[in-house]
Design a binder for this molecule. Structure first.
Ligand SMILES: [Zn+2]
Length: 461
């Protein structure tokens, strides 16, 4: 890619708001369900039947957008006026979309900043239906889903910057449980190079494709200029399977949408008390957590992984109060995540008593149990939290460190495997590992391999 090309990139990010409490659409009581059979969660309102009017907006959706806007350091507008954004398309039966964007509108939040990128505005709108141009079929289930739109300033200069920023933004939104992660995001990407008019790439639906679209567009504009042609403002399709975007239409202006205030909805007042309450509940931002963890000497990679999930970060912070943060980081990031992965669980589904995990790690530190025993216990504790100390005492799982006891076991193994002893004495290191394995098996993993190795060497040599 031509390194000398100066690019300015801005994003319009659309995400589905997660309606954990109400599970309802924005202007009717229909259920929000991504998996429902086509046209089964619909009513006269969300299919735009003549005479139907919107109900008052879903309060949960309004609060979620205010929460996101505050997290992105936006100032909140206290009087929200819904607008009709007119366009004629099969996915929009009433001929307009209800949104808080547009010419006469004050967005829910504006003038924000997230990781040095300006947030122009944050607003709420309804999703249109899903239209398949191939078959002509329309599924109205999605019609009326509450969407958040986050618009950035054109502050990015490369696809790499956009990728890192979006990953961090998605983690932040997941902290707020504001956006339905499974539903993904949709982005309109604006790219302008060397002060040429900006080109918009519509509906790009994954971070990977966004990177592809930006790199491709910078290259395309470069080629247009190289051929002594003009870059003009227009809208392009998302990248196809070959990574190519195609001309869609010349850029609409706001006027084309004929925005008018929605006469069937009242002005929505956001109270100071609501804003204050939400502000108080906001979690610490992920990048601040990462810095704090690094100050505790946790490695950058571990810090990033711990902060990628709020439940994991919370658990780490509780543990780090009573055990060495490095040990807690190691066990959560490696052992716990490995177990969660294998059992296909999420931390949200597991009820841990962090006191029990702290107890487990303290026993590891004091060498009361082996790492192997601790891993086994952790696996059981995911099913149901229990006190590992009491359990170890009851089941006799404590570490075997008595030389007398281990001596008897090494003697047994040495006398049962004379061939392996001979091989080791002939210089074959692997034979020693075999013998160590046999002793460890007899102890059921309750001895330290290093101790066993020393004892074996002493006995054989
Ligand atoms: Zn409905």
């Amino acid at each position: 890619m031509g390194k000398s090309v100066m690019a300015r990139i801005g994003l319009e990010i659309h995400g589905y708001l997660a309606m954990h409490k109400t599970h309802q659409k924005l202007f009717c009581r229909c259920t929000v369900d991504q998996d429902a059979a086509p046209n089964t969660t619909v009513c006269p309102r969300c299919t735009g039947q003549p005479g139907s009017k919107p109900m008052l907006p879903n309060k949960e959706a309004v609060e979620k957008v205010v929460t996101c806007a505050l997290m992105l350091d936006c100032s909140i507008n206290k009087k929200l006026i819904f607008q009709r954004k007119h366009y004629d398309w099969p996915d929009l039966p009433k001929g307009y979309q209800i949104t808080i964007s547009g010419t006469y509108s004050h967005p829910v939040g504006e003038h924000g900043k997230y990781l040095d990128v300006g947030i122009t505005e944050c607003h709420l709108e309804e999703d249109p239906a899903r239209w398949d141009p191939e078959t002509g079929l329309v599924d109205y289930n999605r019609s009326g889903y509450p969407l958040i739109e986050i618009v950035t300033e054109p502050d990015f200069t490369s696809a790499g910057e956009v990728k890192d920023w979006l990953e961090s933004l998605l983690t932040t939104l997941s902290y707020l449980k504001a956006v339905n992660k499974n539903a993904g995001i949709k982005c309109d990407v604006n790219v302008s190079t060397e002060h040429h008019p900006r080109v918009e790439i519509k509906n790009v639906n994954s971070i990977k494709t966004i990177v592809l679209a930006i790199d491709g567009e910078i290259k395309r504009q470069h080629e247009v200029v190289a051929q002594r042609e003009k870059v003009f403002a227009h809208t392009r399709s998302p990248p196809d399977t070959y990574g190519k975007t195609h001309f869609m239409r010349s850029k609409e202006t706001a006027l084309d949408y004929m925005f008018i205030p929605e006469p069937d909805l009242p002005l929505i007042h956001i109270t100071d008390a609501l804003v204050e309450n939400i502000q108080k509940m906001l979690p610490e931002k992920p990048h601040i957590k990462i810095e704090r963890y690094k100050n505790m000497k946790v490695s950058a990679t571990d810090a990033k992984i711990l902060a990628s999930d709020l439940a994991l970060a919370d658990l780490f912070e509780k543990l780090a109060k009573t055990v060495d943060p490095l040990l807690a980081a190691k066990w959560l990031r490696h052992e716990l995540l490995k177990i969660m992965n294998v059992t296909q669980r999420t931390l949200q589904e597991v009820e841990f008593d962090e006191k029990h995990i702290a107890e487990l790690l303290q026993m590891v530190v004091k060498k009361e149990i082996t790492d192997q025993t601790a891993e086994g216990l952790l696996k059981q504790m995911i099913e149901k939290s229990f006190s590992p100390r009491a359990y170890v005492a009851q089941k006799g799982l404590g570490i075997i460190s008595s030389e007398e006891e281990l001596g008897k076991l090494t003697q047994k193994v040495v006398s049962e495997h004379p061939e392996a002893v001979k091989d080791y004495l002939a210089g074959e290191e692997k034979a020693l590992n075999f013998l160590i394995g046999k002793v460890m098996a007899l102890t059921k993993g309750k001895a330290k391999a290093d101790t066993v190795k020393e004892l074996l060497k002493r006995r054989i040599c």
